[in-house]
Ligand binder design. Sequence first.
Ligand code: FAD
Ligand code: ZN
Length: 468
Amino acid sequence: MTATIDALAAIVGAPHVLVHDLDAYANDWRKKYRGRPLAVVKPGSTEEVAAVVRLCHATGTAIVPQAGNTGLVGGGVPDASGAQVVVNVSRMNRVLAVDTTNNTMTVEAGCILQHLQETAAAHGRLFPLSLAAEGSCEIGGNISTNAGGVQVLRYGNTRELVLGLEVVLPSGEVWNGLKGLRKDNTGYDLKHLFIGAEGTLGIVTRAVVKLFPAPAATQTAFIGLGSAAGALRLLDHMKGALGERITAFELISAFSMNVLERFNPALRSPLAAPHAWYVLTDLADSRDALALAADVEAALGGALEAGIIDDVVLAKNEGEARRLWDLRETLPEAQIVDGRNIKHDVSIPISAIADFIAAVDAALEAAYPGVRPVNFGHVGDGNLHYNVTRPAAGYTEEAWMADESARVNRIVHDCVHRFNGSISAEHGLGQLKRDEIRRYKSETELGVMRAIKAALDPKGIMNPGKVI
Ligand code: FAD
Ligand code: ZN
């Protein structure tokens, strides 16, 4: 063990091999998984990553790739064996090039997402990936989880934002696929194997990502309406009237708003009356601000007249827009007012979302009378955060989480499967859903995944125990 640590120190320098005070690297963000690494290694370059991986390959030492450690499924933390090496890429945090003609940016894996957004803005461009963890998650982690967030409707997932990758393979070889090409039909598109692989196929060290024109104008609206089906009608109506300019379309249930207000009384709906459902939507235009405002008012005015929505407020300035988004972004932490709940991050074809919500609500209510679903999400992408809080009476928080999680997951995930959905729209499988996924993917699909894993990582050293 000490021989391995000494050899790692010889590669990256002793100050960059950590063996004490490892909590920030050993435990996940939700403190659900608490591991014990042999060491945490922080390489400063691709060459150092490759040398570390070659050493681990030679000694059969398991590697856990890690970036910002904000992942929610235990994918980026080691097990408790004390034998796994965490390779944390946070020191590799340089933007290497910005090409405003090709509209691309070449970056190292440890760049914090917010830094990339700011760098793009400084060049009059937009890097559209945006999620609540953006102040600490890093692009290597975003790529490895194929992160989503609030602008997927307009710009796509991380997968759609990556043009090229550099990856250190489990053998220690470096694959340089750092091309900024929008067209390349020369066989298998390898980068897509590593995007969303959660660190099981190699360590992403650099990437070429896409940039877009910076929006010249934005509009934010908060809308009250009577049903989830109404939200889908509204989305259709807005797509017809406003087209590509819709960048975010978030659904929030009445109970989620109630949770928010109890968490912090300042976080209230800005609408005069309560509604069964709310939609928070953002629009952006790279040209004319006045035209955007007029089109949004006309579209939402039309939705009011047609009875699709019951009420709406438009943010008059950036501060008001910020306060509306605070409602949505505080929701994940606000749920704690009723104790911990059982979380699901699912996707359903958009057209089936309202029926799915009705079906899963009914199935849970039948099993647990008085159960309280906290339901919100990126409904413009068919992605719901469907979280299940225990009934007001009958269960302690501990009993709910420890004894009922498996049954609640089964009810929700079976319902997702019936609607031809996915049990993970954003967060991935990691350790949390590694076993659960075997119920929903075919043996054929799992077999192909295992074959790819075995081809790239025959010794099984790269993030073992995650995904498959
Ligand atoms: P880590 O947590 O460090 O790692 C995540 C996974 O990627 C692990 O399996 C790890 O082994 C692997 N990995 C990390 N770096 C590399 C690398 N260089 N090479 C290979 N594998 C690597 N996610 C969304 O998709 N949408 C959201 O809206 C969203 N909101 C969030 C809000 C909050 C408050 C929090 C805490 C998390 C949220 N997440 C969301 C989840 C999380 O932020 C994302 O999964 C993010 O992309 C993880 O990035 P990271 O740098 O923290 O990665
Ligand atoms: Zn989300």
